[in-house]
Each structure stands twice: as structure tokens, then as C-alpha cells.
Design a protein around this ligand. Structure first.
Ligand SMILES: O=C(O)CCC(=O)C(=O)O
Length: 333
């Protein structure tokens, strides 16, 4: 009978270290690349999408939205539109809190009401953020969509398809999006204010810890936010590390990641490649629109899933993470 062979964890660890090192030597840049004008579709695909490298296109937007989307204009043109707003006590929606993965309380209100809260945050309890990733821009903002667009034409040409979702983001300066990854090619456009992204390449995946959490959501009851567990939902694998304040004692492997930081200002476009981990902060009242184009599920994706599987069985990553689906990490939101 053939003997069962066991690969020592140290050998797998060596492979992970080589993967991260060689990626840095061979294809990653020291900083996020910058362009000062929009690329033609072929160069964009060849220089950034195919090698899976982020780039910021400074001043890449020429939308009327850049000048016309003042609170006054939004009230006048779209103030009566009903919108979905994520409300949390602390600005962390879809994030780890103790043993829970906590989603925001979702409220429906008209845009004018939301704008009042953004202008006077103390007038409401909690942190309010329009962040619903269900193509809310095309679904809920029909009256102002012409000020921006249903797609980014040169990106649509490069990808050979239209975006799967177009999302409108506007919120409180305290709102933070916790570290996660998506299976989308993301064209992230800032209309006013700024966003700060922390990015980690997919080749650093073995050093990004995951744990398993109980799904829950916030609910405001008599002026207090409580966490209610959602027992009917499956458990959620999520990243427990806050890259702004990582707990290196508990997650020492995180020290081996290379965190890129980039600020995306009004008028800029960030190309955030599929499978890159990202953490996002913003200025108060920042407005953005992003375009999610589905990634190609090609050999790169296959290799990524292989490394992910290997990392799951390797104890430094997580002992408990069940097999991942191909769904976007945050589809539970
Ligand atoms: O802007 C944000 O807060 C989060 C953006 C994000 O996670 C995304 O576009 O995938």
C-alpha cells in the first residue's frame, strides 16, 4: 500500500515567501502607478489589466458631475429619490466585531434627508453611508446618472463587456470599509472629496488572515445600537486585521504583507484590479461612483484559488476557514 505523504508546513511557508518575493521582484511596482490622461483601451489592458496592476489616472474624469454635484443641486435634482443607507454606531459596516461579522442597519430615506444628516452629523445617531453594492447608481439615481455615465467607455472597450454593477457612494468621514477583496475589475471614480485606499496584492494572500464569524447586523433600539445575530445565515469568513492598527501579536504573518497606500482625489480614477485586498477611508461627504466589471475566470484565477486552498490548510493562515465560493467576499452585505 502506498504511504500517505505529508508536505511539511515549513515547505509550504517557503513557497509562500518565494511567491510574495518573486511577485515583488518580477511584476509589482514600488508604488501605485500614475497616469495623467486616460489610456487607450489596448494599452490599459496590456499594461495594467493583464498583469493585474493598479493605476491611478489623475484628472481622468471629465464628467459634469465634478462641478454640478453640490448638495444644493443634488437636493434639487434628486432630493426626492428614495435611497438605501447603511447605518452603524461606529462607521464599520461589514466588519468584524468580537465573534461577529456585523452588517449595517439598512434604512430607506429620501436623498434630501440623507444630505441633511451629512451636513449635520450630530443631528442623527450613528454613521450614515450610501454604500449599497447592488448597482444602486443605475437602480436608484436615474435623475442624475447623465452627469456621470453608465460605464467608462474605454474600460468597456478594453474588457469587451459592460459593467455588472455601478455603485454610488457618499458618506460620513467616519465610515470605513474593512479589508476585503472582490472578483471584479474595479474602476473607482471620485467626484468630490478624497478616498484613501490601502491595497495588498493577491500574491500576499497567505499573509492575510481569515477567521470565521457569526453573521449579525446592527439595529438601533431606543437610541442604542445593538448587535443581533442572524442565525439563519451561514457563517462568514472575514479578515480580522485592521491595516491601520494591525494586531501583530495575534496575526504576526500580516507583517509580511506589502501595503500600498494611495489617495484618490476628486476627478481621479483608480483602477483596482480583481482579487487585490483593499481597505478604504474617506473625507466627510465624499462622493464616488465605481464600475465593477466581472473578472476573467482564467488561469490567474485558477492559480489564485490554488494558493488560497493551500493557505487554508497552512496553519498560519487559518485552521477553520471552510472552502470559499466564487462569490464576492462581501455578497453577504
Ligand atoms: O469606497 C468604499 O468605501 C469601498 C469601495 C469598495 O470596497 C469597492 O469598490 O469594492
Amino acid at each position: 500500500m502506498a504511504e500517505e505523504s505529508v508536505i511539511p508546513a515549513a515547505k509550504i511557508r517557503e513557497g509562500f515567501t518565494a511567491l510574495a518575493r518573486e511577485a515583488r521582484e518580477l511584476y509589482l511596482d514600488a508604488e501605485v502607478a500614475e497616469l495623467t490622461s486616460v489610456p487607450d483601451p489596448l494599452s490599459f489592458y496590456r499594461e495594467f489589466v493583464s498583469p493585474n496592476k493598479p493605476v491611478v489616472i489623475r484628472g481622468g474624469l471629465d464628467w459634469p458631475a465634478l462641478t454640478v454635484w453640490t448638495p444644493q443641486y443634488l437636493r434639487c435634482k434628486a432630493g426626492r429619490l428614495p435611497v438605501s443607507v447603511a447605518v452603524t454606531p461606529n462607521g464599520y459596516a461589514d466588519a468584524v466585531n468580537g465573534n461577529n461579522f456585523v452588517m449595517p442597519e439598512e434604512r430607506r430615506m429620501i436623498l434630501a434627508e440623507f444630505l441633511d444628516i451629512i451636513e449635520q452629523p450630530d443631528s442623527a445617531n450613528g454613521v450614515f453611508y450610501i454604500q449599497k453594492q447592488n448597482s444602486n447608481f443605475t437602480e436608484e439615481f436615474d435623475d442624475i446618472i447623465g452627469d456621470a455615465g453608465r460605464d467608462i467607455s474605454w474600460a468597456t472597450e478594453a474588457f469587451g463587456k459592460s459593467p455588472d454593477a455601478v455603485n454610488f457612494w457618499m458618506g460620513d468621514g467616519r465610515a470605513v470599509t474593512s479589508l476585503h477583496k472582490d472578483h471584479y475589475e474595479n474602476l473607482y471614480c471620485v467626484v468630490s472629496g478624497w478616498k484613501k485606499f490601502i491595497l495588498i496584492a493577491p500574491t500576499d494572500l497567505p499573509f492575510v488572515p481569515y477567521d470565521i464569524y457569526k453573521p449579525a447586523h446592527y439595529k438601533e433600539l431606543k437610541g442604542e445600537f445593538v448587535i443581533q445575530q442572524l442565525d439563519e445565515m451561514p457563517e462568514v469568513p472575514w479578515i480580522p486585521v485592521d491595516p491601520l492598527n494591525p494586531d501583530m501579536e495575534r496575526y504576526p504573518e500580516f507583517a509580511h504583507t506589502l501595503c500600498y497606500e494611495v489617495t484618490v482625489n476628486a476627478g481621479d480614477i483608480l483602477y483596482l484590479p480583481s482579487l487585490w485586498f483593499h481597505h478604504v477611508r474617506q473625507s466627510h461627504g465624499c462622493i464616488a461612483v465605481n464600475y465593477w466589471y466581472d473578472m476573467e475566470f482564467d488561469i490567474k484565477y485558477n492559480y489564485f484559488k490554488f494558493v488560497e486552498k493551500l493557505a487554508e490548510v497552512q496553519e498560519t493562515h487559518s485552521k477553520k476557514v471552510p472552502p470559499r465560493t466564487t462569490m464576492k467576499d462581501s455578497t453577504v452585505s
